[in-house]
Design a protein around this ligand. Sequence first.
Ligand SMILES: *[C@@H]1O[C@H](CO)[C@@H](O)[C@H](O)[C@H]1NC(C)=O
Ligand SMILES: *[C@@H]1O[C@H](CO)[C@@H](O)[C@H](O)[C@H]1NC(C)=O
Ligand SMILES: *[C@@H]1O[C@H](CO)[C@@H](O)[C@H](O)[C@H]1NC(C)=O
Ligand SMILES: *[C@@H]1O[C@H](CO)[C@@H](O)[C@H](O)[C@H]1NC(C)=O
Ligand SMILES: *[C@@H]1O[C@H](CO)[C@@H](O)[C@H](O)[C@H]1NC(C)=O
Ligand SMILES: *[C@@H]1O[C@H](CO)[C@@H](O)[C@H](O)[C@H]1NC(C)=O
Ligand SMILES: *[C@@H]1O[C@H](CO)[C@@H](O)[C@H](O)[C@H]1NC(C)=O
Ligand SMILES: CC(=O)N[C@H]1CO[C@H](CO)[C@@H](O)[C@@H]1O
Length: 225
Amino acid sequence: MVSSRQAIMIVMAFTPFLLIYESDSASCSQIDCVGIPEFASSQKVNLSVYYESLNPTCANFIIKDLAEIFNKDLIDIVNLQLVPWANSHINKTNNSISCQNGTDECQLNSLESCVLNDFHDVNKYYALIFCFEFLAIEGRLKNLTNCFSQLGLPEKLTLDCYRRGNGTELGRKYINETAHLSPPHTFLPWVVVNNKPLGKDYANFTSYVCEAYNGIAKPAVCKSG
Ligand SMILES: *[C@@H]1O[C@H](CO)[C@@H](O)[C@H](O)[C@H]1NC(C)=O
Ligand SMILES: *[C@@H]1O[C@H](CO)[C@@H](O)[C@H](O)[C@H]1NC(C)=O
Ligand SMILES: *[C@@H]1O[C@H](CO)[C@@H](O)[C@H](O)[C@H]1NC(C)=O
Ligand SMILES: *[C@@H]1O[C@H](CO)[C@@H](O)[C@H](O)[C@H]1NC(C)=O
Ligand SMILES: *[C@@H]1O[C@H](CO)[C@@H](O)[C@H](O)[C@H]1NC(C)=O
Ligand SMILES: *[C@@H]1O[C@H](CO)[C@@H](O)[C@H](O)[C@H]1NC(C)=O
Ligand SMILES: *[C@@H]1O[C@H](CO)[C@@H](O)[C@H](O)[C@H]1NC(C)=O
Ligand SMILES: CC(=O)N[C@H]1CO[C@H](CO)[C@@H](O)[C@@H]1O
């Protein structure tokens, strides 16, 4: 488990990320990048994480393992797709959604869907979801609106989306997408790299991303192996 002091430091550490990535969208800071205008988006590797918001295994994966995509610069070559609602179901009788861990989880899934809908910059949506998942592990979800101010991000659009029930409607899209996984997921988090499910090796996603990437400018983390 990450201690609360560590997590506060990690959350704070995202503030500079937001600034750096905003001003430098091509992110070509490495020597290898010189002369290459930008990473062609077609070459990016899709990294999809199917999860549910109140599952501690998923929360730990999101706040610990997945943070590697930033501190190892993988983010330049990855399209990160977070898919909440993975173990939720639509009751066909009355069309309502139920979540594995009950209504609290449906609410957090819904809020996270609104974040994903409103913030298209991975640095922003990841930082917010990191903050929520950290508070979920700590049992401090009452404090979650603080995440916006701590990260210097606007909250109004996302909270309006959440309060109007739009997050639940977005949930139907995610539930449908999860239902179409082939092969279907058997546990969570279910991590998929360019359509290849990693199964129990999910924490080792870095190797799979590097293997799947065939662009020229490889990040340093991909060169060692
Ligand atoms: C679906 O909703 C109906 C109506 O409320 C209820 O009777 C039924 O038990 C629910 N089914 C499941 C699988 O929860
Ligand atoms: C649908 O059914 C579920 C399960 O029986 C129940 O908890 C929920 O309140 C119902 N929702 C609506 C909109 O009727
Ligand atoms: C977190 O929530 C608790 C309970 O609502 C409150 O007492 C506390 O002041 C909050 N902390 C922050 C930093 O807002
Ligand atoms: C919620 O969804 C409705 C209908 O799709 C849309 O008109 C509205 O702008 C959305 N509101 C927010 C805050 O996302
Ligand atoms: C459900 O997902 C499938 C495959 O991703 C897609 O083809 C279909 O249009 C989706 N249906 C709805 C209702 O969103
Ligand atoms: C990545 O996902 C996008 C859609 O989100 C798709 O168009 C693209 O082909 C995928 N790339 C690979 C390499 O699978
Ligand atoms: C991660 O995956 C790579 C390539 O598939 C493999 O060589 C390596 O042993 C794996 N590492 C762990 C810790 O599973
Ligand atoms: C907070 C909570 O109850 N989390 C549970 C959600 O469901 C998963 C899977 O059943 C459990 O492992 C969690 O403990």
